[in-house]
Design a protein around this ligand. Structure first.
Ligand SMILES: *Cc1c(COP(=O)(O)O)cnc(C)c1O
Length: 962
């Protein structure tokens, strides 16, 4: 590079804002404005956003940077982090992400920009990968049903504890305490205690290897291996627990289970844990896929998502989310879990790691890890250093009276991070990346010589050796060469529609651009290879990035304090509600336990309120979609002294700026309640209005919506909680190190939650700057109003606000059309697939409707392509009305059409093959359908039949051969 400044100038030409926003040309903007009937974007925005919430001054963020500058700044931050050999363990282990998986999944937009597979016909690839994950987990833990991921190990244990509390019906045990083994991960214990406090059940921590404590016990939780490294034969304590009517959860390390007897074979009801060490980077604590598996009989109370096998309309086996209506958060206040977004992308990475290595490869890795630990232990013992356990897998606890700090420091100085337990004790955990040199170096810090020892290599109890097969399905035993692996990954992603192929106009989900420059830094080792419990001196870059992001989010939302710890929107809700609860309790208002929630709210709202120990009182919706004032008044009067909070979404889930939000906030405040504003719809507010200034006490945001973290096929997410100063003391605490965090209950196992994906949102904000972010919001409003105006005559827009305008999304009402013709919103959603589109949000928040959110990132051409498709579909609905074909025999009901459905030699339908497969223009020629036609791999899937006959593991290959 001879002239760096010239390079920079080049990169600046055409700002990032112009690339993030899809329709930036004046001609495009004018076309849209004309359709909407406004002379300028500002005029439209001024009318749509109520005056009394408008932000008086522009956002004051740091000036926008170019992509080149942002990457340079990220390099600077990365260089402030210090990588080390990570031997801390405690639930997090270094691992090798196979390059073919890193580049073609973790860094591949076809995977990371996909949405949650609610539309199974366009999601067969990721559903297969998730089914592989479930099968792998089931096999490893020895239980028949596993879900498709949970948020992290600590919260997975919480979910297991709650599952035991509702599933255990044994008279003598149901209301008993929950007992945690003392050898659980400390962050797990802290999380369970925090959540139990809110829900009011007793938790006892005890050394269960010494037997069960007295008293009634609802359930126990064990860890395999324990945090001390000890491998337990849990069979006796499990049997004793069952004898007393208690249920049993084992938090288990998947890699160790390739060698030792799985919890299912020892009688556990539930197994949970993390799949992180299956190829998912440390990421400074997350995102990582947690898992949960249960015995038969518990599948219908399993939290999280569950992939199952069903059939399509041609009888072909097809995957879809099973028991979808059972997905807990959808059940609102009857829900037992609030999990919505989980960790799909990371579960897919872990499952592909299983496909890549197969059972033999995994066993070889585990054996090698164990051999390193065994050699280390033997060397220490030979040198007269005491170690705590004779039976271990990968972790050795070393007892060095009074010398722990000094050894820790020497190791750190040399680039090795050990686990500090107390003044006399250190932990050393080995992993897939460990080399003999590492073992030798670490042994030397303890004055031992690892080269001098022989080991038998099996220091866990031999009686516990695993003697059952696992991962015998061909998928784990076929793709051995990289060519095969690459093609398998590609084959699956080709089955799916993600943002790299089409707009995904999902209302409430904000499927906007996830720019490549924003994604770049996440797999840099200086970010990705940092252990969450690494000493602060090694994480200055991470913490500067996180502090900066939290400060930016505080400025954007108008709140005083932000915590990025919650790793999904649902978890942000819980954190915010727990902060409200903590605040009321600190003032002696312990009776305030009612949460008012509008009928239209997202299901997670009610579920989170229940999990925060609150009672939900539903507030009715008025005919115009706003909150019913009379009902609100009545509910406030009825519960005045018991109101803890109201949870409102703003703009509402109806996609409209309610003009009376301040009135509602005032009314609740006046009654002594707090106002929770669900900020998942912040894409309609950034730069225009601040929830922290127009009445909110606390909000969560979804960085995986508004701030460009991709959806990953259903996760990861980040759901920061933002609060005013009076709630700051009750923000999420630090589970692993309570002294080093805020005063509230911890929400995630690691202090910074899904830290690993924060560079994405950080980069987005830095690239856009305050003005760019505000431009994005305005563009999102313009696009949504353009779509609404153009489609309104074909599909009436259900709710509008001031000036007949919507906010950032609009609800298309199909109910009258359905009543008249039988064509359903689902038919329209499926028919859009034939045009190569992902469906809008179906049946939320109003049954029988579609909710469209175009976002600012789509260009006018793509918006028009969508609108045109909808208009063609509307014409087909007319054809049904006119009797050209019956609804049963219409292209709508038969949608989506697979290639094999349209190339059969027999064609007996009342519409043409061209109309079936190439419907884009009335003459069935049209746009992008010659060369770029997307054919779904399966036709319409019958979800109900799969639910009746639940299959949640990889089906035998023969099932697909006919
Ligand atoms: C997406 C969403 C949530 C839940 O967020 P998750 O990250 O999926 O848990 C909550 N409220 C609203 C309004 C949402 O759109």
């Amino acid at each position: 590079m001879t002239n760096p400044s010239a390079v920079l100038d080049l990169a600046k030409s055409g700002s990032f804002v112009d690339r993030h926003i899809g329709s930036r040309r004046q001609t495009e903007i004018d076309t849209m404005l004309q359709a909407v009937g406004y002379s300028s974007v500002d005029a439209l925005v001024n009318t749509a956003v109520p005056d009394d919430i408008k932000q008086p001054t522009p956002l004051t963020l740091r000036p926008a940077l170019s992509e080149v500058e942002v990457l340079a700044e990220l390099r600077r931050l990365a260089s402030l982090n210090k990588t080390a050999v990570q031997l801390i363990g405690q639930g997090y282990y270094d691992t090798v992400t196979p390059a073919v998986i890193r580049r073609n999944i973790l860094e591949a937009p076809a995977w990371y920009t996909a949405y949650t597979p609610y539309q199974p016909e366009i999601s067969q690839g990721r559903l297969e990968a998730l089914l592989n994950f479930q099968t792998m987990v089931q096999d490893l833990v020895g239980l028949p049903i596993a879900n498709a991921s949970l948020l992290d190990e600590g919260t997975a244990v919480v979910e297991a504890v709650l599952l035991m509390r509702r599933a255990n019906k044994a008279k003598e045990a149901a209301d008993g305490k929950t007992v945690l083994d003392a050898d659980l991960l400390p962050q797990t214990i802290a999380l369970v205690k925090g959540r139990a406090e809110a829900l009011g059940f007793e938790v006892e921590v005890a050394d269960l290897s010494a037997g069960l404590p007295e008293g009634a016990i609802n359930g126990i939780v064990l860890q395999q291996p324990g945090v001390s490294g000890k491998v337990f034969d849990h069979a006796p304590v499990i049997a004793a627990a069952k004898e007393r009517g208690a249920m049993v959860t084992v938090a288990a390390d998947l890699l160790s289970l390739t060698l030792i007897t799985p919890p299912g074979e020892q009688g556990a009801d539930i197994a949970v844990g993390s799949a992180q060490r299956f190829g998912v980077p440390l990421f400074f604590g997350g995102p990582h896929a947690a898992y949960m598996a249960v015995r038969k009989g518990l599948e219908r109370s399993l939290p999280g998502r569950l992939v199952g096998v069903s059939k399509d309309d041609a009888g072909t086996p097809a995957y879809r989310l099973a028991l979808q209506t059972r997905e807990q958060h959808i059940r609102r206040e009857k829900a037992t879990s609030n999990i919505c977004t989980a960790q799909a992308l990371l579960a897919i990475v872990a499952s592909m790691y299983g496909v890549f290595h197969g059972p033999d490869g995994l066993k070889a890795i585990a054996s090698q890890v164990h051999a390193h630990a065994a050699r280390f232990d033997a060397a220490l013992r030979a040198a007269g250093v005491q170690t705590a356990n004779t039976e271990f897998f990968d972790t050795v606890t070393v007892i060095v009276p009074g010398r722990a700090a000094e050894i820790l420091a020497a190791a750190e100085e040399a680039g090795y991070n050990l686990r500090a337990i107390d003044a006399d004790t250190l932990g050393v955990s080995f992993d897939e990346t460990t080399t003999p040199e590492t073992v030798a170096a670490v042994a030397s810090f303890f004055g031992a010589d690892a080269s001098a020892v022989e080991t038998s290599g099996a220091e866990y109890p031999l009686a516990l050796s695993r003697n059952t097969d696992f991962m015998t399905h061909p998928v784990f035993n076929t793709h051995r060469s990289e060519t095969q692996m690459l093609r398998y990954i590609r084959r699956l992603s080709d089955r799916d529609l993600a943002l790299d192929r089409t707009m995904i106009p999902l209302g409430s989900c904000t499927m906007k651009l996830n720019a490549t420059a924003e994604m770049e830094a996440i797999s840099w080792p200086e970010f990705a290879s940092i252990h969450p419990f690494a000493p602060d001196s090694q994480t200055a870059g991470w913490r500067e990035l996180i502090d900066g992001l939290e400060a930016d989010l505080a400025e954007i939302t108008g709140y005083d304090q932000v915590s990025i710890q919650p790793n999904a929107g649902s978890q942000g809700e819980l954190a915010g509600l727990l902060a409200i609860r903590g605040y009321h309790h600190s003032r002696g208002d312990v009776q305030r336990d009612i949460c008012l929630i509008p009928a239209s709210a997202h299901g997670t709202n009610a579920a989170s309120a229940v999990l925060a120990g609150m009672k939900v009182v539903v507030v009715a919706t008025a005919p115009d979609g706003t909150i019913d004032h009379e009902d609100l008044k009545a509910k406030i009067e009825a519960h005045r002294d018991a109101i803890a909070a109201i949870m409102i979404t703003y703009p509402s889930t109806h996609g409209v700026y309610d003009a009376d939000v301040r009135y509602i906030c005032d009314a609740v405040h006046e009654a002594g309640g707090q106002v929770y504003i669900d900020g998942a719809n912040l894409n309609a507010l950034v730069g225009l209005a601040q929830p922290g200034k127009f009445g909110g006490d606390v909000s969560h945001l979804n960085l995986h919506k508004t701030f460009c973290i991709p959806h990953g096929g259903g996760g990861p997410g980040v759901g920061p909680v933002a609060a005013r100063a009076h709630l700051a003391p009750f923000m999420p605490g630090n589970a692993a190190d309570p002294a080093n965090g805020a005063g509230g209950a911890p929400i995630s196992a690691s202090r910074f939650g899904s830290a690993g994906v924060l560079p994405i949102s950080w980069a987005y904000i830095r690239l856009m700057g305050g003005d760019g972010l505000t431009e994005a919001t305005k563009s999102a409003l313009l696009a949504a109003n353009y779509v609404a105006k153009r489609l309104d005559e074909h599909f009436p827009v259900l709710y509008t606000g001031e000036g007949g305008l919507v906010a950032h999304e609009c609800i298309l009402d199909l109910r009258q059309l359905t009543a008249d013709t039988g064509v359903t919103a689902e038919d329209v959603a499926k028919r859009l697939i034939d045009f190569g589109f992902h469906a809008p949000t179906l049946a939320f928040p109003v049954a029988g409707t579609l909710m469209v959110e175009p976002t600012e990132s789509e260009d006018l051409g793509e918006l028009d392509r969508f609108i045109d498709a909808m208009i063609v579909i509307r014409g087909e609905i007319e054809q049904v009305r006119n009797g050209d074909f019956s609804v049963e025999d219409s292209p709508l009901r038969h949608a989506p059409h697979t290639a094999s459905a349209v190339v059969t030699s027999e064609w007996d339908r009342s519409y043409s093959r061209e109309q079936a497969a190439f419907p884009a223009r009335p003459d069935h020629s049209g746009h992008a359908h010659g060369q770029d036609k997307y054919f779904p791999p399966v036709g319409r899937i019958d979800g109900a039949s799969g639910d009746r006959n639940l299959v949640c593991s990889c089906p035998p290959i023969e099932a697909f051969e006919n």
